[in-house]
Design a protein. Structure first.
Ligand SMILES: [Zn+2]
Length: 199
């Protein structure tokens, strides 16, 4: 028997049995207690592996190339942060680094660290702590804001220079919905149960 709390009204209830694909609702307020997707850990793990590959591509390859008067300038995610530092915009550089590189890297890395052992049935130290941190990093991940900023800047610069989208831009564009899908599929209750060694 497991006791869980309703996130909407704080009611404390005994966790009901829910088959794959079903959902449990609160008796008192009708709010969603949890949803049991089928094969949720497998799907989530696959999405996070895809996200990790896309994140590596987004960081290693050029984001945009500017062609002006026969000269080509390529930018990557890190070179954008470095350019801001060179211009003395230290606070902006730190924010861009935190929201587009550090937070997504921590979120993806921690999710892989938690989901891989849970998926393969291996026990690793610090799983509970790592899973708790995942929730802490998510609000700081603002890749979509960054992508919109890049697109707006690209449109404005289109008259001055020829802009060639790089492979990293496509990887970044794919990464955002894939990471959103992974967090949507993530059944936190089930992961907590597996971390505790329950089936
Ligand atoms: Zn409730």
């Amino acid at each position: 028997m497991r006791i869980i709390g309703c996130r909407e009204c704080d009611a404390v209830v005994v966790e009901p049995f829910v088959p794959d694909g079903g959902a449990a609702y609160c008796d008192r307020c009708g709010g969603l207690l949890f949803r049991r997707h089928s094969r949720t850990i497998e799907v989530c793990f696959a999405l996070v592996v895809a996200a990790a590959i896309l994140f590596a591509v987004a960081n290693l390859y050029p984001f945009l190339a500017f062609q002006m008067q026969g000269q080509t300038t390529r930018t990557t995610l890190v070179s954008g942060t470095r350019a801001l530092l060179d211009q003395g915009e230290n606070a902006v550089a730190a924010l861009v680094f935190l929201t587009t590189i550090a937070s997504p890297a921590c979120e993806i890395g921690l999710l892989l660290y938690v989901l891989a052992p849970v998926h393969f049935g291996v026990r690793l130290p610090g799983l509970a702590l790592a899973f708790r941190f995942v929730e802490q990093f998510r609000p700081w991940s603002m890749m979509e804001v960054f992508l919109i900023g890049i697109l707006v800047a690209g449109v404005k610069l289109a008259d001055l220079a020829e802009i060639v989208p790089g492979i990293a831009l496509y990887a970044f564009g794919l990464l955002i919905p894939i990471l959103a899908a992974a967090s949507n599929f993530l059944d936190a209750e089930l992961v907590w149960r597996r971390i505790a060694g329950e089936p």
